[in-house]
Design a protein around this ligand. Sequence first.
Ligand code: SAH
Length: 462
Amino acid sequence: MNHFPIFLSVADRAIAVAGGGEIALAKLRLILKTRARVAVFSPAPEPEVAALAEAGRIALYRRAFGPGDAVGAVLVYAATGDAEADAWVAAIGRAEGAMVNVVDNLEASDFITPAIVDRDPVVVAIGTEGAAPVLARQVKAGVEALLPPTTGVLARIGKAFRPQAEALPQGAARRAFWADYYDEVGPRALADGGEKAVAEALDALLARHLARKAAPGHVDLVGAGPGDPELLTLKARRALDRADVVIHDRLVSPAILDLARREALVIDAGKEGFGPHMPQAAINALMVDHAARGAHVVRLKSGDPGVFGRLDDELEALEAAGIGWTIVPGITAASAAAATIGQGLTRRGRNRALRFLTGHDVQGFADQDWRGLAQPGAVAAIYMGKRAARFLQGRLMMHGAAADTPVTVVENVSRPDQRVIGCRLAALPEVTAGLTGPAVLLYGLAPRAAEAHLPQVQEALS
Ligand code: SAH
């Protein structure tokens, strides 16, 4: 990030604009949304600029910008349309202590003006550091669709109500009140009865919340999916939005952690594979402690919490402590990996059963129904199978599996660094040896034959 986004206080402060043509007008339309004092310098302003002066919205100086004109100004816009003149304006602006924007000249500017979605007092600023104005427009359209025009009205009424809402204890109770207001009560009252109805609904809502007993803590055991934030469920997204505490596994991707409520306490309970990890008992204690103090805890696990996720241990600990819980299922690595290679996990005439296996468990390499797995057409999704690859291969072949049984290794499923390697059982240990990311082995499945729409598949046939 080369530009740090901030919201600058400009009420009753001066902004100088050098230029009175179309370029200057485009900026003026934005600047005039604020309560800044705006001075425009132009020997030959467009009629629209002159009209703004007549309406008292700007001070218009019918001459070129010159020394002294930026004194006391916070911002200066060089918008003359002439590169040389703009450079002169910028030099004066800086010398006189203002931050300067040279329109359409990123390098020469101290700041840039973002695209704006205005739902005053809610304002969304969108910047691409000059890389992609078209994309900024698309994002803006998306945000506009997300924030109906009533957002601003609700925020304005809500802001005025903040002193009353302070009757609720700070923290979860007050947040729950505002969440109810913005999610449901506010929009409904506004639609049914306009602004007056919103004020009444706020009074009633506050009375309801004041009558509530302090909500007990709760733990959501949430599946984060394999890594792509778009593979989160809406429920998972909502839980992250509301979390006071997020306790996550190492495999949960940073892009997903970014979605947690900004004030949430985020704790890494990394316990991947053989690496250093927090003991299960310590994780259980963390969840219980925070929930017992009334927090909304999100226990965030990669994939589906019910697949090789020590779910039962955690549920038992919560139940023993009398803490309520909810499970939010997620997309398990096997489902996402199968989708990536264009195959079903089951298929008529091939496999009527699907096994989810772990390559190793607490005792070491895990024993399995090798005879069943060695049958032609058998399909299994093997988790934590990288280090067990040689063991798996040996056991399977010893029980009659063909050396050319297809296996597809999918590493970092759904993440930007995803890799798909199609191989045969005979080559499996070599193929898995060099992997550094989490990988799921799809035993019995080959990537759908070299079809153009699949991601690049590495072949490691032997
Ligand atoms: N609950 C998780 C599994 C946790 S066990 C789920 O449902 O997916 C950890 C194992 O899951 C890893 O060793 C790896 O085999 C698999 N895994 C998790 N995330 C993965 C990813 N993004 N890509 C490939 N495999 C993944």
